[in-house]
Ligand binder design. Sequence first.
Ligand SMILES: *[C@@H]1O[C@H](CO)[C@@H](O)[C@H](O)[C@H]1NC(C)=O
Ligand SMILES: *[C@@H]1O[C@H](CO)[C@@H](O)[C@H](O)[C@H]1NC(C)=O
Ligand SMILES: *[C@@H]1O[C@H](CO)[C@@H](O)[C@H](O)[C@H]1NC(C)=O
Ligand SMILES: *[C@@H]1O[C@H](CO)[C@@H](O)[C@H](O)[C@H]1NC(C)=O
Length: 324
Amino acid sequence: NPLNSSSLVSLLNNSKCSVFCVLQKCDSSLWRRIQSEPELRDKFIPNIRMYVYNGSISMSEWNRLSHFNNPFGFMDFKVLKPKEPLLLPKPGRDCITCAVVANGGVLWRSKKGAEIDSHDYVFRVNGALTKGFEDDVGNRTDVYVHTSYSITASSATLQKYNYSGAPHDQGIKYVLIPENMRDFYWLTGLYKRERLTRGSYEGHSPWEFYSGQFNETRFYVLHMDFLRFVRNRFLKSETLNTIDWPIVRPTNGAFMMFLALQLCDKVSAYGFITENYKKYSNYYFERGAKTEVVFYANHDYDLERALWKRLHDLDVIHLYLGEP
Ligand SMILES: *[C@@H]1O[C@H](CO)[C@@H](O)[C@H](O)[C@H]1NC(C)=O
Ligand SMILES: *[C@@H]1O[C@H](CO)[C@@H](O)[C@H](O)[C@H]1NC(C)=O
Ligand SMILES: *[C@@H]1O[C@H](CO)[C@@H](O)[C@H](O)[C@H]1NC(C)=O
Ligand SMILES: *[C@@H]1O[C@H](CO)[C@@H](O)[C@H](O)[C@H]1NC(C)=O
């Protein structure tokens, strides 16, 4: 059942939740907006488990999660121990403003950099190139969302855009989407500082992909409950009813968006797919080169495009739509 504001506050006052929840004092909180919107009220779950961490897994939890299949299967990982909430209000402020920045071509020549950087927190995902694109996309990253696949693939394929590693601002928070066994191996190597001896990234040294900023106290792994919540309540593609179902899931950008919706009071979204996406190249760092936007079979871009537009029209997010 959805929680009303007062039960949400009492939930957040609950000491069990103190590590990962922030008592909400913001008058214009996004939760209040969502609670007042009949179309959304019953879909959001304020107290959904957001992260896998030490202590969140009991035997009954194991039994519950082990029934689910990939791509969000159970992963027993007891060493995960982020030490603080992902986001806290900035000193002297009650509300948290966030910019979530995807990599869409709509950002090329947008001049949105200063506006993006003016938010309390800037989230980025996947390629996330900023060097040379500061005027359009900003220069700061506070939260970086990735999978083991995206962080290794970016390193391999974005060299031609002068890619110099995933964002690694001082004190950055890293968020990993556990997709598959390969992420389990990745995390094992990352935490133990061991070169991988099996899985898709055999021979890789995971910590080297974080340019010295990997610190387990600032590393978060999204919980399968949260991933399934996003898919089942908002992005339930019809392809899930076909033989392809095991590979179909929301994009990393979609998980970043919902992470921000859970944690922020105001969410501005940039570089996400828009109705006029055909006007733009695939990625902003292609500098307007006429590339076809690539639709991968494992994502439902039509569904995501319609959802971002709907959330924008409902005044839940502010979506950058490009220049008219
Ligand atoms: C995490 O694990 C350590 C070591 O096993 C334990 O001392 C600590 O209480 C655990 N933390 C939580 C929140 O369960
Ligand atoms: C980002 O740009 C602002 C000015 O636009 C500058 O003050 C700041 O130092 C830059 N930050 C980084 C990390 O480059
Ligand atoms: C990469 O860096 C070089 C040297 O600074 C520069 O000449 C070139 O234009 C850059 N390429 C791209 C695609 O930004
Ligand atoms: C990780 O972060 C904690 C808390 O900020 C700090 O005490 C510790 O020294 C850091 N560890 C490394 C290896 O940088």
